[in-house]
Design a protein around this ligand. Sequence first.
Ligand SMILES: NC(=O)c1ccc[n+]([C@@H]2O[C@H](COP(=O)([O-])OP(=O)(O)OC[C@H]3O[C@@H](n4cnc5c(N)ncnc54)[C@H](OP(=O)(O)O)[C@@H]3O)[C@@H](O)[C@H]2O)c1
Length: 382
Amino acid sequence: MARPYVLLSAAVSLDGFLDDTGPERLLLSGPEDFDRVDEVRAGSDAILIGAGTLRTDNPRLLVYSAERRAARLAAGLPEYPLKVTVSASGDLDPEARFWHTGGAKTVYTTDKGARRLSGLLPADVEVVALGPDVEWRAVLDHLGDVKGVRRLMVEGGGSVHTRLLQQGLADEVQLVVAPLFVGEPDAPRMFGHGAYPPGRMRLVETRAVGDVVLMRYVPTAPGAGRLASAADRRWLEVACELAAHCPPSETAFSVGAVVVAADGTELARGHSREGGDPVVHAEEAALAKLDPADPRLASATVYSSLEPCSRRASRPAPCARLIIEAGVRRVVTAWREPDTFVASADGNAVLTAAGVDVVLLPEYEDRAKAPNAHLLPPAARS
Ligand SMILES: NC(=O)c1ccc[n+]([C@@H]2O[C@H](COP(=O)([O-])OP(=O)(O)OC[C@H]3O[C@@H](n4cnc5c(N)ncnc54)[C@H](OP(=O)(O)O)[C@@H]3O)[C@@H](O)[C@H]2O)c1
């Protein structure tokens, strides 16, 4: 099972605040935007808030439209998405509306937090203790693997948004800017201090919704080392899409590759048999477009739908070697090379032995295989 798609959703004032310091929750969105949020909730498997928002806003986090709830039921889904909160301390009010409205609820907490909550919350609330700390990767893995959550909407607050974005775990940010000012230095901001992924996110949509503006961004900066980030998954999808556009062949795989700088800038892309060359490989085609002296290669990531080749008859250097010689130190791939053309090819081992970090994301294997199904025995096609 894969980790869920993580969508951060929030509204901010023109001066960048999530709320004011008053006792009541500041309403930043208008009716049209609340309805849009309701639609996004209805399209999610789970909605998560931090314990801070639970304590401050006491939200219900429901899907309010009866039609949307009926559509969920008709699609075989629970009437309401799973409600999730995260608390290290376990300092949660059992009377909060969160527990007494909607459908299923899960709390992720520490062992200590779980002891504090023992017997306190309504019996149908699942309390998941994750050890001495609550690691976000563990929360997302549990939501994906155990709870079957494919799409997670995160509705704040600032600390939760900050941590998920800083750790490269947010697949999308949906930010609404409301036409008003807060002007209080102690009011909460959407994003706090600290190290964020470098470079620029990619703007994928802007839309006026009543008197607010919705902006949707996706991350671009590759992860670091052997940990996969949300941007890694997006770039690997691009590589898989490129693979699907290769000229067909009965004697070679269809593969796509993208080379991405540490700040998320795409440096080059390529695919098998590109430009009429019947034997060129995807990584080879992409790297050939770059100046070997480009200083960005040393911190770049190569995304390839298929593990880079370790041996080949058609050219002197296999792709694993080309990557090492280009100075690239990180590769993300979806599919280990099967024995179809080369027995026991192990390009990942060649890369690893040369000190390259290799990240394998098998959840993309089926997409990488799809344009190659005719080359595989029936049992290996998916
Ligand atoms: N405008 C909007 O769209 C919007 C949306 C949501 C919230 N808000 C505002 O945001 C403010 C609340 O934000 P906030 O930053 O104070 O709180 P928050 O992000 O909602 O929650 C922070 C709390 O979550 C728990 N937590 C987060 N990450 C954790 C981790 N890795 N491990 C363990 N626990 C973790 C901790 O709970 P414990 O302290 O229990 O350990 C932490 O104190 C409120 O003013 C609210 O109105 C605005």
